[in-house]
Design a protein around this ligand. Structure first.
Ligand code: 4NP
Length: 146
């Protein structure tokens, strides 16, 4: 799960997807394309909205996406088109490029919709982000558990 800062959207996506999967079988992680917040906890508004739905994301610390992630992971979900372009620009070959998906294409195939960045907004933005990621992760989890 990849966004810009790895403190708002992708930590929620990581926590939500992990909560829907059997943790023995799947490793879910998140990262940011920028390093502004490396080592930090998720944004407190993300922590709060996750708590509200029974998910604890306080074990997470921000890290920067790096090229070894293409080797480590089978799927890489970008939150928005900038994240997608930044990740794809780091890929070395077609196989790596193909791992990168726009997460909302799970819900709205081929529309390339973005999860809006809630960083500069209010709490309602985090609630909206939570709900759209929850729906997308339902689909991802059902595909993976097949
Ligand atoms: P995120 O949100 O990409 O969902 O983690 C942001 C967090 C921090 C910044 C931008 C977006 N920032 O500019 O510091």
């Amino acid at each position: 799960m990849v966004c810009l800062g790895n403190i708002c959207r992708s930590p929620l996506a990581e926590g939500i997807l992990q909560s829907k999967l059997s943790s023995q079988s799947f490793f879910v992680d998140s990262a940011g394309t920028a390093g502004y917040h490396v080592g930090e906890l998720p944004d407190k508004r993300s922590i709060e909205v996750a708590n509200k739905y029974g998910i604890n994301i306080t074990d997470q610390r921000s890290r920067k996406f790096n090229k070894s992630d293409f080797k480590e992971f089978d799927f890489i979900f970008a939150m928005d088109e900038n994240n997608y372009d930044d990740i794809v620009s780091m890929s070395d070959n077609y196989e790596e490029t193909q791992k990168v998906k726009m997460i909302l294409n799970e819900l709205y195939p081929k529309e390339n919709r973005s999860v809006p960045d809630p960083y500069y907004g209010g709490d309602q933005g985090f609630e909206n982000v939570y709900r759209m990621l929850d729906e997308a992760c339902n689909i991802i989890a059902s595909k993976l558990e097949k």
